[in-house]
Design a protein around this ligand. Structure first.
Ligand code: HEM
Length: 439
């Protein structure tokens, strides 16, 4: 069975293009080969067939997880994500884990985080003067937010220790040379090699996390003994700690650790990348900033949607095929990855009028143009694996951009030319980090 056409360049070159110039690479593949197209990178062991039209995207999201498990596509994350990670599970196990992890995201509980996020965002933006690299600031802010939301961490010492452990671990997988080194040499060659450095960082991270879990369990037990057992704590960890399986057993430390890592990994780099892009776009669109200042919540929402459409931080939602499947008229054999291409779906000119333009108005102009097709706006993926944190992520973006709209003066770009995308671990970020001038 033949795979759809794709670049003939060796996998090593496709991997470099995929990492260093991902947007140009995907656009180029689409221009030359159309939809679907097959790419070969070291990112996955198998070739990957990319789909981006609404019909094929729907078909990919509806694939039976028994035939097209998504967990296996994230296998390379296992050393950090852990064996219980929602990212790696499939079928019944995945659904069970997903039900547990959705607990902390329930409407009211999640909305209660908004004022805290707004306050942290205002405090962060109040310090902005001159040249600001939005990505650096957003990494710091979204990590602070996620530490508060996930762990309820308030004590400055605890926040600093957690922050260092997470930053050290993520730093080993964010740089292009380390990731390429890890993709090409898939073995741990000692503590100075890319995998070795990663392993040491994960061990240190785990020690910090297990220590925190022991203290939280101790505090919960003390609280119960002191008659404060029904005290309502609101961090996601508190919700996860209180959960019981069908046999009434509390989650193990290892299970909790893996859930926390999924929330931290899912909720940190993708959110900071989206916000850095939003600032990169806003700085080049003073009229959008002006309209944001009017305080219309619908417009704020449109800005968030448009930033996620035009610069989705994740480019693909991959599934590994265990049996041949038919996707929108194409028979794809077993043993390859198929992916809904989140990036192309939002950027194809046949799917979006002036796809390259940043126009939040397209979400509001009811009647003056066709309503956007929901299957072409898929920054959070879809189907049973759709991002568990999507409502939280959109709420966080709204709060940060609302705080930005309250800044005096207009944000301007650091340099005239728009920033191209480069890969940082799993996400696409602006290549200069979203360089803006403030004040
Ligand atoms: C703008 C920010 C974000 C974007 C663009 C994003 C995007 C995504 C995407 C594309 C997936 C994979 C979907 C698929 O395979 O079909 C995903 C999964 C996931 N995300 Fe997010 N995400 C964001 C923020 C967050 C946040 C803030 C959290 C948690 C606090 C989070 C937690 C998760 C989890 C747990 C999964 C795994 C879901 C599963 O496998 O069932 N994400 N996200």
């Amino acid at each position: 069975m033949e795979l759809p056409p794709g670049p003939r360049a060796p996998a090593v070159w496709q991997t470099i293009a995929w990492m260093a110039r991902p947007a140009a690479f995907l656009q180029g593949v689409y221009r030359r080969f159309g939809d679907p197209a097959t790419i070969r990178t070291y990112w996955t062991e198998q070739p990957m067939v990319l789909f981006s039209s609404p019909d094929s995207v729907r078909a990919v999201f509806r694939l039976d997880p028994d035939i097209a498990p998504a967990g296996q596509s994230w296998e390379f994350l296992r050393p950090f994500a852990g064996p219980h990670s929602i990212l790696l599970l499939d079928g019944e196990e995945h659904l069970r884990e997903r039900r547990l992890m959705q607990g902390p995201f329930h409407g009211e509980r999640m909305r209660a985080f908004a004022p805290m996020i707004a306050e942290l965002a205002r405090a962060e933006l109040a310090g902005w003067r001159g040249r600001v690299i939005a990505l650096d600031r957003m990494r710091e802010l979204t990590l602070t937010i996620i530490l508060r939301v996930v762990f309820g961490a308030q004590d400055p010492g605890e926040v600093a220790t957690l922050r260092r452990a997470i930053d050290d671990t993520l730093a080993t997988v964010r740089s292009l040379p380390s990731v390429l080194g890890m993709a090409i040499v898939r073995r741990d060659l000692g503590p100075r090699s890319p995998w070795g450095r990663f392993r040491v960082a994960v061990e240190r991270f785990d020690a910090t996390l297990f220590d925190l879990l022991a203290r939280r369990r101790g505090a919960a037990a003390n609280g119960a003994a002191n008659g404060a057992g029904d005290r309502q704590d609101n961090s996601m960890l508190d919700v996860l700690l209180a959960q019981r399986d069908d046999g009434g057993n509390p989650p193990s430390d290892q299970h909790l650790r893996d859930e926390l890592v999924a929330l931290l990994v899912g909720g940190h780099d993708s959110s900071s990348a989206s916000l850095a892009w939003a600032f990169e776009r806003l700085a080049r669109h003073p009229s959008v900033q002006a309209r944001l200042r009017d305080g219309d919540p619908a417009y704020l929402d449109a800005v968030v949607k448009e930033a996620l459409r035009s610069r989705p931080p994740l480019t693909i939602a991959p599934r590994l095929l265990l049996a041949p499947v038919d996707i929108a008229g194409h028979t794809i054999p077993a043993g390859v990855q198929v992916a809904a291409c989140l990036w192309l779906a939002g950027r194809r000119d046949d799917l979006w009028p002036q796809a390259g333009a940043f126009r939040p108005e397209r979400w509001l102009d009811g009647g003056s143009q066709p309503a956007p097709n929901p299957l072409s706006w898929i920054p959070f993926g879809g189907g049973v694996r759709r991002c568990a944190g999507a409502p939280f992520a959109e709420m966080e973006m709204r709060e940060v951009l609302r705080a930005a709209s309250e800044l005096p003066g207009t944000l301007r770009p650091g340099r005239a030319e728009p920033e191209r995308a480069r890969r940082s671990m799993l996400v696409l970020v602006p290549n200069r980090g979203g360089e803006i001038l403030v004040g």
